[in-house]
Design a protein around this ligand. Structure first.
Ligand SMILES: [Mg+2]
Ligand SMILES: [Zn+2]
Length: 218
């Protein structure tokens, strides 16, 4: 059996909802200024996110409408969810984004039943407050409260871990996995570090690959 751990922003969605929200309701272009500092390790992901969301002014309804209109669902994801369910594999969403946003989008796509591990954000016209979920002790790898904690909490003996992601916050999850699917930043980082992964651009490819992996294991 597989535990399929899937990132949300830029993985399940075509566009990163955090960037969409900041570009629309916050200070445009701020992320381009912050990201090099994040990649260089000068700020933590939490600090970078708080810095950009400090500028966001919007109601929860405005944020929800924007995300439903602009995020876009990557091809083949509902089919992957159905396939995993049929085969008895578990698929869980592990995100460094916000629960209310993720659940509204999943609900909209008929996937409201999926289990989500994430942080939360409280949106108001006066500003946005980020609410960090408890991710235990700092991770030895990245020094943050990263997804590794949530992944460990969900891991079951005898289950192989598949990790699917696209960004900086997926590195530790990917390092724990037996099979990694990566695109964008994550693919470039893993290639630089010489970590094996399978590139993907949609979930049709992911499902076909997993079909083969799980057949081999059976
Ligand atoms: Mg992502
Ligand atoms: Zn970590």
């Amino acid at each position: 059996m597989l535990l399929i751990a899937c990132d949300f922003d830029g993985t399940i969605t075509r566009h990163d909802t955090l960037h969409l929200i900041v570009e629309t309701f916050g200070e445009r272009g701020l992320w381009q200024a912050i990201e090099p500092r994040l990649r260089a390790g000068e700020v933590t992901l939490e600090q970078a996110m708080q810095e950009e969301f400090d500028t966001v002014r919007a109601t929860p309804e405005q944020v929800r409408d924007l995300v439903l209109r602009e995020a876009g669902l990557r091809d083949g994801f509902p089919e992957l969810v159905a396939w995993a369910h049929e085969r008895g594999h578990r698929l869980i969403v592990f995100s460094s984004g916000f629960r209310s946003v993720i659940e509204a989008a999943l609900e909209h796509w008929g996937l409201g039943h999926l289990h989500v591990e994430s942080h939360e954000a409280v949106f108001t016209p006066e500003g946005c407050r980020l609410v960090w979920s408890d991710r235990g002790d700092r991770c030895d790898e990245c020094g943050r409260h990263c997804k590794r904690h949530d992944l460990r909490a969900h891991a079951r003996r005898g289950e192989r871990l598949v990790y699917i992601g696209d960004g900086v916050s997926d590195r530790c999850g990917a390092a724990m996995a037996d099979v990694v699917f990566a695109r964008a930043h994550l693919a470039r980082d893993l290639a630089e570090d010489g970590v094996p992964f399978l590139p993907f651009e949609d979930f049709v490819e992911v499902r076909e690959r997993l079909e083969r992996v799980s057949t081999l294991a059976a």
